[in-house]
Design a protein around this ligand. Structure first.
Ligand code: HEM
Length: 469
């Protein structure tokens, strides 16, 4: 009523559906049945590239195309949407901060995750991948990929950001991290057994455990008068604080540790899972990756760890990863909130409305990617042939994912060991996947495993090798 009585505004076309509910259930159903791309295209066909709808109780403008992506990621009057669920679950993390505090945390995070810092984390990633392969993959003839990929990426990010206490946290709270991640896009009704209620309980448990670690770090800092030399994020943030680079409290730092872990592990594990899935149905791509990875492995001793230089040589493997991100983006889209009235392509977007862009809209558009359903890593041979703002797996602009380089390196390290040590076959050839909201195969991607080469000369490994036949 309010907006239709405004004679000077031309709101985008489209219906808002039933009050409050709007298109929420229809979109959730489309995501869960993996028909979201058809859902978006049907709306674009009916109403054009700018249309209004109502999701999760908010009036929302759906935008489509590279120009729309540019607009959504760079317009200063569009702020990252901060839901009540996000605030309740992740407290004062980067995802909920504003103004100067946001700038300070963003700059600290970018510093911590910049390429020359990620270089220092390769050894830790290598150690964690080997440890987990030994524990969870080796000696088994069948594994379910998704939960193991989640465990792997949770272990990697925790080893880097928490340091020596990582293993205890992963052991005790792997399920809590999953429940917390699942609750981010839920209705914030704190009743036990709802997604949100479970997420809140897990969030409290994780916060308590990480606070204990942060207090230990703070104590050693006070006792020694300086921070211990370490790569962990908590020490890094205390160091920056002592230099006056930010004003975050210990509690804020803990919230940001939780934010990084949540941002890092569900996304990269989806990439690894779908890469494994694609490689089973694309033998030519797999053969090229094996060739690239075997060459790197053949030039190293069995006990050597991968180096930054090794990762830099995994060029074709990274192209296959990007093609996986194009066809199955781990983050299905981005929401923003208009902080003031905005005009876009002649349409009025009122202050307070949400703006949304889905990645699949450009990723699967034949105008930008020829034969878009074909899995073809060679598209990324010439990056300049991909139109700007059409390939957006990590978002863009000032809120672009700061973990891009981190995820590239951890994915390459994980794929190196998986590809050089195992062959695998899908247990269910027609296994579909859903987006909930992260893409996940409906059965978690069970595969039959076969050993290609033993991972090291270490006695325990050999024992397992003999055991596995
Ligand atoms: C394949 C892996 C990954 C994908 C596809 C991905 C994707 C994204 C996207 C699309 C955004 C922006 C959302 C928006 O603008 O609405 C984002 C933000 C973010 N990502 Fe990632 N991400 C990945 C891995 C990581 C890793 C490894 C880390 C940390 C080490 C990380 C930390 C974050 C953080 C902290 C933000 C919030 C930034 C801010 O609010 O300014 N991500 N990610």
């Amino acid at each position: 009523k309010k907006y239709s009585s405004c004679s000077t505004c031309s709101l985008p076309p489209g219906d808002l559906g039933i009050p409050v509910i709007g298109q929420t259930f229809s979109l959730i159903h489309a995501l869960r049945s993996n028909t979201d791309d058809q859902w978006f295209r049907a709306r674009i066909k009916n109403y054009g590239p700018v249309s209004k709808m109502s999701v999760l109780g908010s009036r929302t403008v759906l935008l489509a195309g590279p120009a729309a992506n540019h607009f959504i990621f760079t317009n200063e009057s569009l702020a990252l949407t901060q839901t009540r669920a996000l605030r309740a679950l992740l407290g004062r993390s980067i995802l909920t901060l504003k103004g100067d505090e946001l700038k300070q945390v963003r700059s600290a995070l970018q510093g911590y995750l910049r390429p020359d810092m990620v270089r220092k984390y390769v050894g830790t990633m290598d150690e964690e991948v080997k440890r987990q392969i030994k524990l969870n993959w080796f000696g088994r003839d069948r594994v379910t990929v998704l939960p193991l990929a989640r465990r792997l990426t949770l272990g990697i990010i925790c080893s880097v950001v928490l340091g020596q206490e990582a293993a205890t946290i992963v052991e005790a709270h792997a399920a809590d991290f999953q429940l917390l991640g699942d609750a981010i896009l839920s209705f914030p009704v704190n009743i036990p057994f709802t997604r949100f209620g479970k997420g809140m309980r897990s969030s409290a448990k994780i916060r308590k455990a990480i606070t204990r670690i942060a207090r230990k770090r703070e104590e050693s800092l006070l006792q020694d008068g300086h921070a211990v030399s370490s790569t962990d994020f908590i020490t890094y943030m205390f160091n920056l604080h002592s230099k006056g680079a930010h004003s975050l409290t210990l509690e804020d730092i803990v919230d940001n540790v939780m934010g990084i872990i949540i941002g890092a592990h569900g996304t990269t594990s989806a990439l690894i899972t779908f890469m494994i899935r694609h490689l089973t149905i694309e033998p030519d791509v797999l053969a090229k990756i094996i060739e690239e990875q075997d060459e790197i492995a053949d030039n190293k001793g069995t006990e050597d760890v991968l180096t930054w230089e090794d990762v830099s040589r995994m060029k074709y493997t990274w192209k296959a990863a990007m093609e996986t991100l194009r066809t199955v983006p781990p983050v299905f889209g981005s929401f923003r909130t208009a902080t003031k009235d905005i005009n876009y392509q002649g349409y009025h977007i009122p202050k307070g409305w949400k703006v949304f862009a889905a990645q699949s809209i450009t990723h699967l558009d034949s105008r930008f990617f020829k034969d878009p359903t074909k899995f073809d890593p060679s598209r990324f041979e010439k990056r300049s042939s991909i139109p700007p703002y059409s390939f957006m797996p990590f978002g863009g602009g000032p809120r672009m994912c700061p973990g891009t380089e981190f995820s590239r390196v951890e994915t390459m390290v994980a794929m190196h060991y998986l590809v050089t040590q195992f062959r695998w076959k899908l247990c269910y050839h027609d296994e579909t996947y859903k987006k909930d909201p992260k893409p996940s195969p409906v059965f978690g991607l069970p595969v039959e495993l076969e050993l290609r080469r033993p991972p090291s000369t270490d006695d325990a490994w050999n024992a397992l090798y003999v055991h596995s036949g």
